[in-house]
Design a protein around this ligand. Structure first.
Ligand SMILES: [Zn+2]
Length: 334
């Protein structure tokens, strides 16, 4: 079963028939979750039966940090799901919402296969701008706390995996080793002809994009000829490259999803960090783990549509709350 990237908050503005299908599927899913019903969906990532967890007796998740810390101290395998909120604290814009636009568009307008095939120059300008910005940003306290925790727990025979929706390189820059990038990476390219994927951090990625991609609303498109856009370096190919990110409406990488499924089945603690839980399928990961009775703690600036399914909720900037949550516990001897 293929799993598509979609966004319940914005999809109503897109008129393709298939997106209406996903909109309706997401709507039904949300209604089922809202009623806390037992459900089974054919979607690969939504195939587990959701049942009431032991915490459902309480009305809300709690914000008891000392209780969370006790659970954390006993966890052997921790899954940390991260979203744009973590990168936002490093100054990486998401291009979502009216206040965050590139020229006159949001990411949902440009991060689509249709936009790339229609105007590859414009889409490359947008991604060139995002690549250059990401290259210049630094990991914040949340990224560093996650990376430090992974390194520390590894010495104790415990594991930490980061399952991230972020396409910047900040988790790796912070030192995280075990990172599953479910939406791809700004620092990788994929050839549309031969499919070759490669890491590419060149700045600029090609000569024609030098000094292009300015985000101002009045900036005109550079209209770079397609043969001057990034091209494949494989012998005899020379195909057009695209950012190796998952566009809206595209399927997620099945190999990565298989790894994510395994982590979701084996983790004994989950943190959902800096995500508004509206982009599917990632929005389902936390609730699905919670359905096994595993503690799930949400760290976010606000509550989300999924908050009520979690055992803990810590409100505030992740760069403030996460270092406290993941700091060395007194029971750690190494
Ligand atoms: Zn190629």
């Amino acid at each position: 079963m293929r799993v598509f990237l979609h966004d319940i908050a914005t999809i109503s503005g897109i008129n393709q028939k298939r997106n209406w299908f996903f909109f309706m599927a997401a709507l039904v899913l949300t209604m089922l979750l809202h009623n806390r019903a037992v459900f089974a969906l054919g979607l690969r990532m939504c195939s587990a039966r959701v049942r009431r967890g032991p915490w459902m007796d309480t009305t809300r998740p709690n914000s008891d940090m000392s209780e969370f810390r006790e659970i954390f101290s006993k966890a052997k395998h921790i899954a940390i799901i991260t979203g744009a909120g973590v990168s936002a604290e490093s100054g990486v814009p998401t291009f979502r919402g009216d206040n965050e636009k590139w020229r006159k568009w949001q990411s949902q307008d440009l991060a689509t296969p249709e936009a790339f095939s229609r105007t590859p120059s414009r889409v490359w300008e947008f991604y060139h701008y995002r690549r250059e910005m990401a290259l210049n940003k630094k990991p914040n306290a949340a990224h560093l706390a996650i990376a430090e925790c992974e390194a520390r727990l590894r010495k104790q025979g415990r594991t930490v995996v980061v399952i991230t929706q972020c396409i910047d390189d900040l988790h790796r820059k912070a030192g995280s080793k075990h990172v599953l990038k479910i939406h791809g990476s700004l620092m990788e390219t994929r050839c549309v002809s031969c499919g070759h994927v490669t890491v590419n951090k060149r700045s600029p990625i090609c000569a024609a994009l030098k000094d292009k991609g300015a985000p101002g609303p009045d900036v005109a498109d550079a209209q770079i000829p397609v043969d001057k856009l990034p091209r494949c370096g494989e012998s005899d190919c020379h195909g057009l490259l695209r950012p190796n990110v998952v566009f809206f409406g595209e399927t997620l990488d099945s190999h990565i999803l298989t790894k994510v499924e395994k982590e979701m089945e084996t983790c004994d603690l989950c943190l959902v960090v800096g995500t508004s839980s509206i982009v599917y399928p990632a929005a389902m990961f936390g609730p699905q783990i919670a359905s096994r009775g595993v503690p799930v703690a949400e760290f976010n600036k606000n509550t989300t549509p999924k908050t009520e399914y979690f055992t803990h909720h810590f409100q505030g900037p992740c760069g403030t709350t996460l270092p406290l949550a993941l700091a060395r516990h007194e029971s750690e001897v190494i």
